[in-house]
Every structure is written in C-alpha cells, then in structure tokens.
Design a binder for this molecule. Structure first.
Ligand SMILES: *Cc1c(COP(=O)(O)O)cnc(C)c1O
Length: 246
C-alpha cells in the first residue's frame, strides 16, 4: 500500500514538473494541496510522509473527526478549508484552518472577523470566484470580485492572499482554460490596484482532471484528491450540493 502511494506520487510529481517546465515555471512555484474529502486520516498521514502536508477539507464535521483521530499529529499538517462554509460553522473552522479558500459572502466575512477579534487571531483567506459561468456554482461572479474584495479588505483579521476557483466540469479544454485565464486576469487587475492589506499571491485552481492546464495558466496551488488517493465512492454532489458535475 505504502509503495503504491509512493509510486503514484512520484508519477504525479513528474507530471507537475513537466507542466511547469513547458510553461517556463519553477516547479517550486506550484504547491500541491491535498483535497482529502472521504480520505481517512491514516491515508492523509501517508501522503504527507511523501512531502505533501497541506490538507484541505470540504466539511467541518469530517475535518474535526480526522483531527480527533490524528491526536497530536494533526498540528504537523497545515489545514485549509475549501468547502461551502455555512455561517453556523465559522467558529469551528477558525479553530483548525490556517486558510479558508472559499470566501464568497459578506455574511461569512463579518462573522469570521468578529470571532477572530474575540480570539485575537487572524486567518489567511482566498476569495472564491465562479469562472465557469454556471449559475449554480459557489463563488462570486467575476464582475463582482473587485468590489467584494475592497469590502473584505476592511476586515483586517482576514488576510486576503489571492483567488480560488473550481473550474468548469467539462472536457472542453479550451473552455476550461478560458476560465483559468479569466481568474489570472482578475488577479492581475486586482494586484494592479494595490488595495491596502490585499495580497494577490495565490491562484488556487486546477484539480485532478485539469491541473496541467491550470499550471500553464498560472496556478500557484493545485488541489488534488483523486490523483493522489484514487476514485471516491461518495459522489461529489454530496459535497457540492447544486453543482452540475457531469
Ligand atoms: C474534491 C475537490 C478537489 C479535488 O478534486 P479531484 O478531482 O479529486 O482532484 C478540489 N477542490 C475542491 C473544492 C474539491 O472539493
């Protein structure tokens, strides 16, 4: 088992390196984030032993269960949250996550800021943008991204570090690429505005099916689940209610 994951990760890393080279990018400029929904904590630890130690969860309760199962080891991993965040879970997410990649509503921003002030903490966030043009998908519309970020920037406990998107679910690769390119252009536009307290360091885009395209279009974080852990039994619709995945 251990050997097979080692092999999988070695092959995966070769694909990442190759995509970086063909895009003229340094492989160190792309960070793998493990998307660990449905994956038990032992498998997460195994993957982390091969050098991937950022773990991203979609559901608070599932994250809490894994963290409890890991005991003290949980702190050796860096935990991100990439799921649809309900406002009644905000207090919980700030307990374990160092980054929330799925910020897309002011209600969440205000609640998170209030909680963080109480705790005298801050947190890194990415703003989730919907570049696919599908109305059911989470994330804010690209045309609203700049005013949204200007508002979020006033909540100083949330440190904006970039943008995240879930790309179009399609094998129409030119359209998938166009979505990633749109996110990159938006990033550059926001960066050029030099909004105080807003850093546009990260573009979190690309998953198992499309990470090479995302790298070519400038991803700094790729979120990989199946490429590392294999196919999932639970349908993604359980994690993404309302998203059309096929
Ligand atoms: C599941 C998930 C991923 C990874 O998907 P794979 O296709 O398994 O690589 C990435 N981002 C989010 C938000 C996810 O929910």
């Amino acid at each position: 088992m251990k050997d097979s994951m080692k092999y999988t990760i070695r092959q995966l890393q070769k694909r990442i390196d190759r995509a970086c080279r063909s895009a003229g990018r340094d492989p160190d400029s792309v960070t793998v984030v493990l998307a660990t929904k449905t994956v038990p904590s032992e498998r997460i630890l195994e993957a982390s032993s091969f050098g991937y130690n950022i773990v991203a969860e979609n559901r608070i309760q599932e994250a809490e269960e894994k963290i409890a199962a890991l005991g003290d080891c949980w702190q050796e991993l860096e935990w991100h949250f990439i799921g649809h965040l309900q406002s009644n879970k905000v207090n919980k997410v700030v307990r374990f996550a160092s980054m929330v990649q799925s910020i897309d509503r002011m209600k969440i921003v205000r609640k998170m800021h209030r909680r963080l002030e109480k705790l005298d903490q801050s947190i890194d966030v990415l703003v989730q943008v919907n570049v696919s043009g599908e109305s059911s998908k989470y994330g804010i519309d690209p045309s609203s991204a700049i005013p949204f970020i200007e508002k979020v920037a006033n909540f100083d406990r949330l440190r904006i570090k970039g943008l995240m998107t879930i790309g179009l679910f399609s094998d129409d690769w030119p359209r998938v690429r166009a979505g990633f390119r749109l996110l990159k252009e938006l990033r550059d536009e926001i960066d050029a505005r030099s909004i105080p307290e807003v850093e546009m360091k990260h573009l979190s885009m690309g998953m198992t099916n499309d990470f090479e395209i995302a790298i070519e279009e400038g991803a700094t974080m790729i979120r990989l689940g199946r490429a590392v852990f294999g196919e999932r039994d639970t349908p993604d619709s359980y994690y993404w209610p309302g998203i059309e995945t096929s």
